[in-house]
Write a protein that binds this ligand. Structure first.
Ligand code: WTA
Length: 636
């Protein structure tokens, strides 16, 4: 691999790299960045600002990330597989691209974008299923310096419109439809509905996937395959500044609507590559599979950019773990000889619940390293994964990070580091985590618990929230100036290994997807029956956390209307956000526990949802303590 010297091979090397990264970050990152393809090197390695949030990396450098993902590998890896695509239906054809072929496809797509008026700096919204053209489209944007904003293809029309309008996207890339297990979904129709309220969009480029007839808006919509016929096969890469925007990715926070997390060119590139190669200990002939959708940050950094930057072979899967059977993951691993497998605890938990034969009937001999991401992994799921998938010989890297961190922050490195179930472990070189008290004091020593914060910038960190830097400053640097605040609580064990406990803010993590409770409440409140609502998370066997909604309706709901009202509320949430945010439980209540100043006491609602009603704490400050009894009596 090209950046061999930044590859850590032993625990001693890790300790040494970590020490150097703290003592002299500038020298450390200059060394790591050295082997990439730069049009011009940087003037300054890092400009740190953990108060205002104006952090910069490699300022002054010029580059194009796709030259690093593709062009620089052509001489030595031109015929090596870059992207392997496994379709939803195992009986249909897989598609494979070598680095040379992928390079060509990206250039062709980039020319189609150019020919359709997309220019450097324009925002392009990508709403596509997990097909090769999604990966190609993302890279094509980066090739010409357009800013990609991928929206997961399960979001609703309203959610797309919010994101398109926030970014003022000029172009939308989509497909006719998508396959998800046994279901097919008319994606283009969702986009059409969204664009009724998106005046900034001038062009929609549609990739044919299912061969479905779709409405094509005259003067706005074009077919990709028709445009590609005329497009040239080569496309020079746009020269970008280190701190030019690479992409926007929307994610939920504890307040208001989702925010557009912005990542830039050079720092993100160095971080995605460095973390990928070291955490997964990738070898030249490995087949690597990350099951995340490119619509989430994991798909960005560890399906696409990280693996391609490192010159690895990355597998992309269109389908779901349970189609056509609950053995599909394991079948794909055997079929492609997957060596490194990276998935989410929720997927493991859902497969654990199916007969063991689903996994035992596959050999899984090719596997060497397993990973998880997105939420805390419970010990039971860790053991199952370790025993039945890893056959007790594969280490599990439990990788903690966030959309805002760009890449993995705390994790074991392959089999190099100590492994402890349910513990993410030690920070990567360059990451300086601390535990803070609520007042913001650093907690020294081990066997301690606190708010997880980071006290020095790292190359892949968030640069801003699109169009609103103040929101970025407040959210991440405002609570404890001088630190990046993660929103997570963590525990440091006696050996200094970190265990992530979960969010300490009003964010819930459902099947590894983040939602703000306020975001779901706003959606529920759009329903005509609803006057007010309060949403909390509760432990859920498969999803990690489930969504529990307490809802006040305008008129009393009669028992025979209950199921109708609940269905109507669910329909509203699906329309406002998408199926992934559907409440698991809805309880109609006549009031909510509020303080005299009108603040909802979520602590009480959380306890009720968790079923911990014996220990509700002090309820005497409530405006109407009686309401708590009513709520307990009606608990779902
Ligand atoms: C949670 C996903 C425990 C955490 C990459 C974080 C985890 C949020 C882990 C970010 C892990 C992610 N163990 N919790 N290994 N990984 N989280 O932005 O609460 O979708 O703040 O990024 O997921 O979610 P996001």
């Amino acid at each position: 691999m090209p950046t061999q010297h930044s590859r850590i091979r032993t625990f001693e090397e890790y300790t040494d790299a970590y020490k150097r990264s703290v003592e002299n970050p500038e020298q450390f990152w200059a060394d790591v960045a050295e082997p990439f393809t730069w049009r011009r090197k940087w003037d300054t390695v890092v400009k740190a600002d953990l108060v205002g949030g104006h952090n910069e990396w490699f300022s002054g450098a010029k580059l194009n990330i796709t030259e690093n993902c593709l062009d620089r590998h052509l001489a030595t890896r031109g015929n090596k597989l870059a992207l392997i695509w496994e379709p939803n239906d195992p009986k249909t054809r897989q598609i494979r691209y070598t680095y040379r072929e992928l390079h060509q496809e990206v250039c062709r797509f980039a020319n189609v974008l150019h020919n359709n008026g997309v220019e450097k700096g324009d925002r392009v919204c990508i709403y596509m299923p997990m097909i090769p053209q999604l990966a190609i489209a993302v890279l094509a944007c980066a090739r010409i310096g357009a800013v990609h904003s991928v929206v997961f293809a399960g979001f609703s029309a309203t959610a797309i419109a919010d994101r398109v309008n926030d970014a003022q996207a000029t172009t939308v890339l989509t497909s006719d439809g998508l396959n998800r297990g046994a279901r097919q979904i008319p994606v283009k129709r969702v986009v059409d509905e969204a664009l009724e309220t998106c005046p900034s969009v001038r062009r929609v480029i549609v990739v044919e996937h299912l061969g479905w007839p779709v409405h094509m808006e005259e003067g706005r919509d074009v077919w990709y395959h028709e445009e590609a016929l005329e497009a040239e096969k080569s496309c020079p890469a746009e020269e970008m500044d280190a701190e030019d925007m690479l992409f926007i990715l929307y994610t939920s926070g504890s307040t208001g609507k989702p925010k557009g997390v912005v990542h830039t060119q050079a720092g993100y590139m160095v971080w995605a590559d460095y973390t990928f190669r070291n955490v997964f200990q990738v070898q030249e002939n490995d087949i690597y599979w990350c099951t995340a959708d490119i619509g989430w940050v994991t798909g960005h950094s560890y399906l696409l950019y990280g693996p391609l930057l490192s010159g690895a072979s990355t597998l992309m899967f269109e389908g779901v773990p349970t189609y056509p059977s609950a053995g599909r993951f394991w079948e794909v691993i055997d079929k492609h000889g997957v060596n490194i497998f990276y998935t989410a605890p929720t997927a493991i938990r859902s497969l654990m619940a199916t007969p063991l034969d689903n996994v035992l009937s596959y050999s899984l001999d090719s596997l060497r390293i397993l990973g998880t991401v997105g939420e805390p992994i419970n010990v039971e799921a860790w053991d199952w994964y370790h025993t039945h998938v890893g056959k007790e010989r594969c280490p599990i890297v439990d990788t903690w990070w966030q959309t805002e961190t760009g890449g993995i922050m705390i994790s074991a490195l392959g089999s190099i580091s100590p492994l402890k179930p349910a513990h993410a472990g030690q920070p990567l070189p360059g990451v300086q985590p601390v535990l803070l008290t609520q007042e913001g004091k650093e907690i020294e020593g081990n066997e301690e618990e606190g708010y997880l914060a980071i006290k020095y910038p790292w190359p892949g960190m968030i640069r801003t929230t699109y169009g609103d830097h103040e929101r970025c400053r407040q959210t991440y640097f405002g609570a404890y100036p001088g630190y990046y605040f993660t929103g997570d609580g963590a525990r440091r064990d006696k050996d200094g290994l970190y265990r992530i406990i979960g969010r300490v803010d009003d964010v819930i993590n459902v099947s590894g997807h983040r939602f703000g409770t306020a975001e779901i409440e706003n959606a529920i409140n759009e329903n005509a029956y609803v006057v007010e609502s309060a949403v909390v998370g509760y432990p859920h066997d498969v999803k990690g956390q489930g969504i529990y909604a307490f809802v006040i309706c305008g008129e009393p709901v009669k028992p025979n209307q209950l199921s109708h009202v609940e269905a109507s509320i669910i329909e509203t949430v699906v329309a406002e956000i998408g199926k992934i945010a559907k409440p698991d439980k809805i309880q109609i209540v006549s009031g909510l526990p509020k303080t005299r100043s009108g603040k909802i006491m979520r602590r009480i609602l959380r306890k009720v949802a968790e079923g911990e009603i014996s220990n509700l704490g002090d309820t005497t400050t409530l405006l109407d303590p009686g309401i708590v009894e009513e709520i307990i009596a009606g608990k779902k």
